[in-house]
Design a protein around this ligand. Structure first.
Ligand code: KIV
Ligand code: ZN
Length: 569
């Protein structure tokens, strides 16, 4: 049973910041991105990556455009150490990429970490100490003063050891672990002491990283904490202010966005939100959120589909089908009203400068996704989606009244069979209904001239030749059919060019005929597809007749050609 939370959970202390500025700010440029996939992400896996997989991921991260990559925790294991050595010794690090490595504040571990970096061009040594009261009091058993002095001595050790290792440019990053649960004034004192001890300057900035190690508050509180630090840190020009949100409350992306508005300049996180427990902030979502707001993210996710598969293979963790931007279903609409709006938007989009398709925040093609899966048909779907699928796969434009009629036919199939239906199945249902209705006579050939139509029909092995006269070819064809006793009235005719859909129906024209039996009101559509417009129209008429019941039993008249009828074509 759940208990009274006010007795059980201590809420994060609100920050006294009545003149907070962040709500008025907008995100206008990309932050400095730092990937911690190879460290925070990796340390949270059932099966941490080996050297080969880490190298593969490192290369992917470089290709995506990351200029700062935390590559490991070299004092934690031999694999972690060896991987850093491999990157350096095999010259795998692009000149414009700075690698970072994590170290605890303990001298032997600091030495081991610095040894791992020997020979690197740009290296960032990332020192952390846990600053929250619960850690100081119950985990580390250190007073505020002792923890502060331990942190400062570690910075001094690093500074003293720097000359011993050949690294072209050394940088220092400091994280007060559990920052978002730490008393702000204490976190500030420790960070200021680190900046001083490193003797950071505007030319030699220290990275001060503020982790929401466990996300304990709403994103606005984290933003207040970050803005408070941003405004109170001494030597602000000597600092790159960084954030490191985790996702325990499911709001890491929001927290990161608000914290950037609050003055942070750098974000640490992982692709697809990998990382301890509920993960680190998802850098894919953050970057693409910027992109859809019109800000260049400076990370290239144009092949996101492939990246997702690579990450799944490396981490052995599946990406949820509804994961923002990357999930298999995020550009798919099943519901009829969504499909209708998307289909209309997609049609209009061809002439638009800006991407403005309802329900789709960005063009899936920009992420390497095809349009094929945008609209999928199940029992929730409607005429818009069905028409869109037939158009995008087969180039077929359904007249509006056919859309309504055919969607009822699809609904009936779906109610019966459930599940999802493919474009191929839709096409099969469409053909059976409108092009070649079951057990009906089919078009075999025709000749037309001087108002006279000779029609050849077939049904299985049976053949029928009919002759009729009229004002135009369609009327003459109707007259030929009427010679069997099957009197049909043509109410409407329209033709549409067939675009070449994905499945490339080869013919060029689709004709539609709406017809009814003489003396009956109920009219039905038939469709005909052919290279030749007239042939398509005759086929459409025959299909409509088939739907109206012109079947073998109706054709009681035996064949009579035009020459037998004494007519010239
Ligand atoms: O979440 C965290 O606090 C960390 C630190 C070590 C930066 O990963
Ligand atoms: Zn972390």
């Amino acid at each position: 049973m759940m208990t009274d939370p006010s007795q059980r959970y201590r809420a994060a202390a609100p920050v006294s910041l009545s003149d907070r500025q962040w709500p008025n700010n907008c995100l206008e440029k990309a932050p400095i991105w730092s990937s911690t996939d190879l460290r925070d992400g990796n340390q949270s896996l059932f099966e941490p990556m080996g050297i080969e997989q880490k190298l593969h991921l490192f290369q992917c991260l470089c290709a995506l455009g990351f200029k700062e990559i935390e590559v490991g925790f070299p004092s934690a294991s031999q694999v972690e150490y060896d991987f850093v050595r491999l990157l350096i010794e095999q010259n795998r690090i692009p000149d414009d990429v700075r690698i970072a490595v994590l170290t605890p504040a303990r001298e032997p571990l600091i030495i081991r970490t610095m040894q791992a970096l020997q020979g690197a061009t740009h290296a960032l040594i990332h020192l952390y100490t846990a600053t929250s009261a619960i850690f100081r009091e119950h985990v580390l058993g250190l007073s505020e003063a002792k923890l502060l002095s331990t942190t400062v001595s570690s910075v001094q050790q690093i500074k003293q050891l720097v000359p011993d290792y050949a690294v072209a440019t050394w940088g220092l990053e400091y994280s007060p672990e559990m920052f978002s649960s730490t008393e702000l004034d204490y976190a500030l004192r420790v960070c200021n002491a680190v900046t001083d001890a490193w003797a950071a300057t505007s030319d030699r900035q220290v990275v001060i990283n503020l982790p929401a190690t466990v996300e304990v508050s709403t994103p606005n509180i984290y933003a207040d904490q970050v803005e408070w630090m941003h405004r109170n840190l001494a030597r602000r020009d000597a600092i790159i202010l960084s954030i490191h949100p985790h996702n325990d409350r499911g709001t890491a992306v929001a927290a990161a966005e608000l914290a950037l508005m609050a003055g942070a300049e750098r974000v640490e996180g992982c692709l697809f939100g990998q990382g301890e427990r509920t993960g680190n902030v998802d850098l894919v979502t953050l970057a693409l959120n910027l992109y859809t707001q019109g800000v260049t993210p400076e990370l290239d996710f144009s092949d996101l589909a492939n990246l997702s598969r690579t990450m799944e293979a490396l981490t052995h963790l599946a990406i949820h089908p509804r994961h923002p931007y990357a999930g298999d279903l995020v550009f798919t609409a099943f519901s009829g009203s969504h499909q209708d709006a998307i289909a209309k938007g997609m049609k209009r989009q061809a002439t638009q400068a800006y991407w403005e398709v309802p329900y789709l925040p960005l063009d899936p093609a920009e992420l390497g996704r095809s349009y094929a899966s945008i609209i999928r048909i199940n029992s929730q779907s409607g005429k818009g989606g069905i028409s869109h699928l037939l158009f995008s796969h087969y180039g077929l434009v359904l007249p509006r009244r056919v859309q309504i009629e055919f969607s009822a036919i699809v609904q009936a199939h779906m109610d019966y069979q459930g599940g999802e239906v493919s474009a191929e199945t839709l096409w099969a249902w469409f053909s059976q209904t409108y092009i070649a209705p079951d057990s009906a006579w089919q078009y075999r050939g025709h000749s037309y001239g001087s108002g006279t139509m000779q029609l050849q029909l077939r049904q299985g092995q049976s053949r029928l030749t009919l002759c009729g006269q009229g004002q135009g070819p369609l009327e003459a064809a109707a007259a030929a059919l009427a010679s069997t006793g099957f009197k049909v009235l043509v109410h409407g005719y329209e033709e549409r060019a067939l675009e070449t859909g994905d499945h490339g129906v080869k013919a060029k024209a689709c004709a539609w005929v709406e017809a009814s039996l003489a003396g009956k009101e109920h009219a039905l559509f038939g469709a005909g597809i052919d290279d030749d417009m007239l042939t398509a129209a005759i086929r459409a008429l025959i299909s409509a007749c088939g739907r109206l019941g012109f079947q073998r039993s109706e054709a009681t008249t035996s064949s009579i050609s035009c020459s037998e009828a004494g007519l010239q074509i």
